[in-house]
Design a protein around this ligand. Structure first.
Ligand SMILES: Cc1cc2nc3c(=O)[nH]c(=O)nc-3n(C[C@H](O)[C@H](O)[C@H](O)COP(=O)(O)OP(=O)(O)OC[C@H]3O[C@@H](n4cnc5c(N)ncnc54)[C@H](O)[C@@H]3O)c2cc1C
Length: 580
């Protein structure tokens, strides 16, 4: 049992589709480090060996404890959050394996693995147990934030303990009245003699009971919205005493083994992380990586659910044959597989873009800086889409797995009901699906307006082969472009959308309404298009994969057309209901 070696699609990517040469030499600084690999081939061997060991541990140990972790859930005893014992065993096992923070640089306790490898590692853990994946993530996540913005002293104090799994952390942005509306946050931090004190409340903080917390707070008096925010590091204990209060963890039906905490800061001590007032830009770096990570979480869940459904369908006999041989079930299983492969292709496309961007940024030569902008744009375009697609399609895949199991699907020991319950968090945290849709729309409109003729040539372009499948993919992009143009030009008007989407949203709220109403349909259209593009770009050398890509594209195109037709219909029914 090994979740890395048994996954043919992941193996195909690692062996044939990932463009290792485009980022590994950059990450390894031309292979100059005597502690690192000496060339791309050796780096790949190292990645595969590490993932092989992790895949075995995930399959043999972590997966076996997932049901128990879900059953036990998080407890609250004597004023302390208590994680399920089995979850802590999993984390201890990962720690002993040395797999806590694979992407942190070697000199700070990690392995300097690119995100492409980190994403595969996270998928293996998420497939075994989502709760374990989450606690695992809150070691590397805060470590990378401190690495990126911290002083040498902060890095020395926090990064290695997090990377080695000796402590864990949290990242606190959400408040009772500031969820999607981050600009409404009320928590403040003031400086006294170079030390900072935080006051306010944070809500729904994953692993808020960890040893430290990166907090987003308002530090500039009189500032509002997304201005005047800064990041701070608050240690959980200060001189052995509680520095902030961790209230009772939420009782949830999803990711039940993950501690979701309310935090109360009352003159709590903290240190500034990064420059004053740059907090929102800084936390965006974490959120953008986390959005891809949520899609990876979905990938792990989808893989687990698909695997369970396929095995069950081969075993379960009804009307004289395994249900996998009944047309409708066979069709569901193939759709699940095609969607899963499309999701993985899109995730790995984003991870590779990220890795080349980070690699080039480390080199910082003028020629490379020119290459950075289009890469950053490509990643920005795909980040809300991969989050949306990963979340929404995992919900469909995990629900389909329950359906394939019939009555047994709702029975706990078959595990697929847990996959479905756990999937329900994905469209909510790290920005809801609706917020991803709005971000994608804003980004596409800004891109189009930067060179207004793009509205007519088509803002979204795809890389596609010159064949019928490539034609279908180009048609998906064209359909998106038509719908976007219609929203902008025909329904809303050029000047109004421009003004509103680049900052004067309230003034033009009325005119913007149809664009906002269409945002999630547009997001779905572009997400399917980008997923299809990534899938088609990764099929090389495998006829079986090409068949699945054909299926995915031929079934996505009508869906994209349907959304396009609805968007272009100009149906104002919902908006009429909103008029005062
Ligand atoms: C289990 C769990 C773990 C979490 N972990 C963390 C964490 O570690 N750190 C952290 O900071 N936060 C965390 N969160 C918070 C999470 O990111 C927020 O719950 C999420 O951003 C949504 O905010 P909200 O719950 O206030 O919902 P709201 O913002 O009130 O949204 C409610 C609904 O309205 C929709 N909506 C809101 N505004 C708009 C709009 N302008 N247009 C269209 N639709 C809109 C939303 O899409 C949603 O459907 C976690 C939440 C949960 C449940």
């Amino acid at each position: 049992m090994n979740f890395f070696t048994d996954n043919e699609d992941l193996q195909h990517h690692f062996k044939h589709a990932i463009a290792w040469e485009s980022f590994v030499p950059l990450w390894e600084d031309g292979f100059a480090n005597p502690d690192g690999p000496k060339d791309v081939a050796e780096a790949r061997e190292l990645y595969e060996a590490s993932l092989g060991a992790l895949g075995e541990f995930a399959a043999k140990e972590i997966a076996g404890r997932a049901l128990l972790i879900d059953e036990q859930g998080v407890a609250f005893r004597d004023g302390q959050v208590v994680h399920p014992e089995a979850l802590l065993q999993n984390i201890e096992g990962l720690r002993r394996l040395g797999a806590m923070a694979l992407c942190v640089p070697r000199e700070h306790g990690g392995y300097n693995f690119p995100m492409t490898v980190g994403a595969a590692a996270t998928e293996l853990i998420a497939r075994a147990c989502n709760n374990t994946m989450l606690l695992h993530a809150f070691h590397q996540g805060p470590a990378l934030m401190v690495m990126r913005f911290g002083t040498p002293e902060q890095i020395a104090r926090w990064v290695r303990p997090l990377a080695e799994g000796r402590i864990s952390g949290a990242v606190a942005m959400t408040e009772p009245d500031a969820g999607s509306d981050v600009g409404n946050l009320r928590t403040t931090a003031v400086s006294e003699d170079g030390r900072w004190r935080i006051n306010g409340r944070k809500q729904f903080i994953t692993n808020g009971c960890g040893d430290m917390c990166v907090v987003l707070a308002r530090t500039e008096q009189g500032a509002s919205g997304l201005d005047g925010l800064s990041l701070l590091i608050a240690p959980r204990l200060e001189n052995g005493r509680e520095n902030y209060k961790v209230a009772k963890p939420e009782k949830k039906f999803t990711i039940r083994g993950s501690a979701t905490c309310e935090l109360a800061f009352d003159d709590s001590r903290a240190e500034l992380l990064g420059p004053r007032g740059a907090g929102f830009a800084e936390i965006l770096t974490f959120m953008n990586e986390s959005r891809v990570a949520v899609a990876v979480q979905g990938l792990g869940l989808s893989q687990a659910a698909f695997h369970a459904a396929r095995e069950y369908a081969e075993r379960r006999v009804q009307m004289g044959r395994p249900i996998a041989r009944h047309e409708l079930v066979a069709d569901i299983l193939l759709d699940m597989e095609a969607e899963l492969q499309a999701m993985r292709a899109l995730v790995l496309r984003c991870a590779q873009l990220h890795d080349r961007i980070i690699g080039l940024t480390r080199r910082r030569s003028a020629g490379e800086a020119r290459e950075l902008e289009p890469l950053k744009r490509a990643l920005r375009d795909r980040t809300p889409l991969v989050k949306w697609f990963g979340a929404e399609r995992t919900l469909w895949i995990t629900r389909a797995a329950v359906q394939v199991h019939g009555g047994y699907g709702v029975v706990q020991e078959y595990q697929v009901e847990r996959h479905y319950r756990d999937a329900l968090i994905l469209p909510i945290y790290e920005g809801t699906s609706q917020m991803q849709a709005l971000m994608s729309l804003k980004d596409q409109v800004k891109w189009a307006f930067a060179r207004p003729w793009r509205l007519f040539t088509g803002p979204a372009r795809v890389e596609a082969t010159q064949d019928t499948l490539g034609d279908a993919l180009r048609e998906m992009a064209a359909e998106y472009n038509r719908a976007l143009r219609s929203v902008i030009v025909e329904s809303v008007g050029l000047s109004g959308v421009l003004a509103a989407l680049v900052g004067k949203a309230e003034a033009d709220r009325e005119r913007l309404a149809y664009a906002l109403l269409s945002a999630e349909r547009l997001c779905a259209m572009l997400a399917y298009t980008r997923a299809a593009e990534a899938l088609l770009g990764s099929v090389a050398g495998s006829s079986q994969r090409r068949r699945l890509a054909e299926r995915f594209i031929h079934r996505s195109l009508p869906l994209v057309r349907m959304h396009g037709e609805i968007v272009r219909s100009g149906d104002l029914d919902t908006l009429e209901g909103l008029r005062p």
